[in-house]
Design a protein around this ligand. Structure first.
Ligand code: ZN
Length: 240
């Protein structure tokens, strides 16, 4: 991919993502919102192919820019998904989509100063939506014994290679990957979890176990133990 083609791709990406962003409001028409999501899905494939071309040509800087555009587009796609899932009465999935949107926006911001400046407003709005649309959440964090961690790029034991976690190399982020979980020691209630998708999904109020978001009563027969104590469910780990 030539330099001029890359500049065209950046301009095209901004146009398409900004067009989809116009539908990231709850007042928008539901069918148009779904169409914007489908259009962005198709465009994410275009960005994925552009990144693969740059990677194959070992054009590391261009591959990282393509990665940043992909993260930016994916962030807005997840934001759209959040509004769609709220309409569908599925706040649990909507919360995960918001967190994925925040994570992808912040990943794009790490690529370059130019992405950092461009996405500042989006991240501010996502954080505001978190505060305004969702109630307070009880986060959880598992305390685990792992057999080891490795580098997602070269597969070497982590800290034994020169890659730095969170930085992009030839269009891929370096991630510290857990090799295997030996045991889970305990689950802690925390204020600032590593993964905001890990949370108590139920709460206990006036003798009833309720869904933490909808406040609908749970229909689980084992929600209250024989001695009257609540048994609350939680999401403690995500595979990715
Ligand atoms: Zn490595």
């Amino acid at each position: 991919m030539l330099e001029s083609e890359m500049n065209d791709l950046i301009a095209d990406c901004n146009d398409r993502v900004n067009a989809a962003y116009q539908f990231c409001y709850p007042v928008r028409d539901a069918a148009l919102q779904r169409q914007a999501a489908a259009d962005l899905d198709a465009y994410l494939e275009v960005l994925g192919r552009a990144k693969a071309d740059c990677q194959a040509a070992q054009r590391s800087d261009a591959a990282n820019v393509a990665l940043g555009m992909h993260c930016f587009a994916l962030s807005v796609r997840c934001f759209l998904q959040m509004w769609i899932e709220l309409r569908d009465d599925d706040p649990g999935s909507a919360w995960d989509s918001l967190v994925n949107s925040q994570v992808n926006a912040r990943m794009a911001m790490r690529i370059s100063q130019s992405f950092a400046e461009q996405l500042e407003g989006l991240v501010r709005r996502l954080d505001a939506v978190e505060q305004v649309v969702f109630p307070a959440i009880q986060f959880v964090s598992p305390s685990m014994v792992v057999s080891g961690t490795k580098c997602s790029l070269c597969n070497a034991a982590f800290h034994e290679c020169s890659h730095v976690s969170g930085l992009a190399y030839n269009g891929e982020f370096c991630v510290e990957v857990v090799d295997g979980i030996k045991s889970v020691d305990h689950i802690a209630l925390v204020e600032h979890p590593r993964d905001k998708r890990c949370r108590l999904t139920e709460c206990f109020e006036r003798g009833h176990v309720l869904d933490a978001f909808t406040l609908r009563r749970t229909d689980r027969s084992d929600a209250i133990s024989e001695d009257g104590l609540p048994r609350l469910t939680a999401i403690v780990l995500h595979a990715d």
